[in-house]
Design a protein around this ligand. Structure first.
Ligand code: SF4
Length: 358
C-alpha cells in the first residue's frame, strides 16, 4: 500500500473514519487495509466511529418471522427454503394478516421494537400485495418498526410498500459479486442491485447485508463490504450473518463437516468492524449464526459497532439464541435495548422510523 493511501486510511479525527465523513468512494485497497489492521487497532477505530454516531450502550432488538416458508424457486446455495434443497422444510402459504399481527404483538411484548417479515419468493405476485399491504399497515399501527424481505421488487411494488408505510426493505447482496455467482445462479447481482434502487427510489430505507462463512475468501469479504459501502447511499441497515450450514443445501452439505464451515470468530468481528467504519451511520445487525457464538464474541461485535440483534428462538427457519439467553447476556454486558439517539437523526426515507417505543 502506498504511503499516501496508508495516511488516508489511518488518519483519525479529521480523516475518513470521522463520523461526519460519510464516503461512497471507498476503494477495495482501503477496505483490505482496514481488514488487515492489528485487531486492537481495528476495534479501537470501529468503536470510536460507533460512539460518535450511535449510543454504544444500546442494542436494538428485532424479531424476524417467516410469513411464507419454503418452496422458493431460487437456488441460493445456503438456503433451506429453496425448492432445490433437500432440507425437509415444508412449503407453506402466505400467513393471514391476523396471524402475523398476533406474532408481532408477542414480539412487542417480549421487547422487540422492530418486526421483520420474510417470504420465500423470487418476487411477490401482484395478487399477494393486498395482504402484504394489510400486514405492513397493521404492524406499523402497533408502533413497531417494519421491515420486509420478499425477493425482487418491481418499481410499482416498491411504491405500494412505501405507501403502506413500510420502513425498511431487505434484499441482501449476500457476498462479493464474484463469490455471489458461485452461490446463486437463478438471479444476478445486478438484479439484486436493481431491487435496491427500486426500494431507494420509492423512498424506503434500505436493509442489505450478507453472509460470511460460506467458504468465501478474505478478498470476497472485502468485495462484499466494498459493494455496500460504495452504493450511492449506504444501506441504513446492514445485517451480517454467519452461515448456519443446513444439511440438504448445497453449501450445508459441503461445509457442515468442514473446518471452513464456520467462520473464525476474530474474522467475523473484523467484518463487523470494517462495516462499522465504512458505513458509520448504518445499523449493523448480528443476524443468523449467533446461536453458536459465545458471549465474548458477541461482546467484541458490540465493541466493533454491531448495534442490533435478532431475538427469538428462530430466524426464519434457522435456530437462534432465545430471548432469555439474550436478555441475560445484555444484562451481563450492561447494555440495554433500543436505538441510540443518532441513528434516528440520520435515517432518511419517507418512512423514517418512529421514536423508540420501549
Ligand atoms: S435466500 Fe431467499 S431467494 Fe434464495 S432460495 Fe432462500 S428464500 Fe429463495
Amino acid at each position: 500500500m502506498s504511503t499516501q493511501l496508508r495516511e488516508h486510511v489511518q488518519e483519525d479525527g479529521d480523516g475518513p473514519t470521522a463520523p461526519t465523513d460519510v464516503r461512497s468512494d471507498w476503494t477495495s485497497e482501503e477496505i483490505a487495509f482496514l481488514f488487515d489492521l492489528p485487531f486492537p487497532e481495528l476495534l479501537f477505530r470501529a468503536a470510536s466511529v460507533h460512539r460518535q454516531c450511535h449510543d454504544p450502550s444500546r442494542i436494538q432488538l428485532s424479531t424476524l418471522l417467516s410469513i411464507k416458508t419454503g418452496g422458493c424457486p431460487e437456488d441460493c446455495g445456503y438456503c433451506s427454503q429453496s425448492s432445490k434443497a433437500d432440507s425437509g422444510i415444508k412449503a407453506t402459504k402466505l400467513m393471514e394478516p391476523q396471524e402475523v399481527l398476533q406474532c408481532a404483538a408477542q414480539a412487542k411484548d417480549s421487547g422487540s421494537e422492530r418486526f421483520c417479515m420474510g417470504a420465500a419468493w423470487r418476487n411477490p405476485k401482484d395478487r399477494d400485495m393486498p395482504k402484504i399491504v394489510e400486514i405492513v399497515k397493521g404492524v406499523r399501527a402497533m408502533g413497531m418498526e417494519t421491515c420486509m424481505t420478499l425477493g425482487m421488487l418491481s418499481p410499482s411494488q416498491a411504491e405500494m410498500l412505501a405507501d403502506a408505510g413500510l420502513d425498511y426493505y431487505n434484499h441482501n447482496i449476500d457476498s462479493s459479486p464474484e463469490y455471489y455467482q458461485r452461490v446463486t445462479t437463478t438471479r444476478t447481482m445486478s438484479e439484486r442491485l436493481d431491487t435496491l434502487s427500486n426500494v431507494r427510489a420509492a423512498g424506503m430505507n434500505v436493509c442489505s447485508g450478507g453472509i460470511v462463512g460460506m467458504g468465501e475468501t478474505r478478498e470476497d469479504r472485502v468485495g462484499f463490504i466494498h459493494t455496500l459501502a460504495t452504493l450511492p447511499e449506504h444501506p441504513e441497515s446492514v445485517p451480517i450473518n454467519s452461515l448456519v450450514p443446513v444439511r440438504g443445501t448445497v453449501l450445508g452439505d459441503i461445509l457442515a463437516e468442514s473446518p471452513v464451515g464456520r467462520i473464525d470468530d476474530i474474522e467475523f468481528v473484523r467484518t463487523v468492524a470494517v462495516a462499522r467504519i465504512t458505513m458509520p451511520h448504518s445499523a449493523v445487525r448480528l443476524s443468523a449464526g449467533r446461536e453458536n457464538m459465545s458471549e465474548a464474541t458477541h461482546a467484541l461485535c458490540f465493541v466493533a459497532g454491531a448495534n442490533s440483534i435478532f431475538t427469538g428462538d428462530k430466524l426464519l427457519t434457522a435456530p437462534n439464541a432465545g430471548e432469555d439467553t439474550d436478555a441475560k447476556m445484555l444484562r451481563k454486558l450492561g447494555l440495554s435495548s433500543g436505538t441510540g439517539p443518532c441513528s434516528d437523526d440520520v435515517v432518511g426515507g419517507r418512512n423514517k422510523p418512529r421514536e423508540n417505543v420501549l
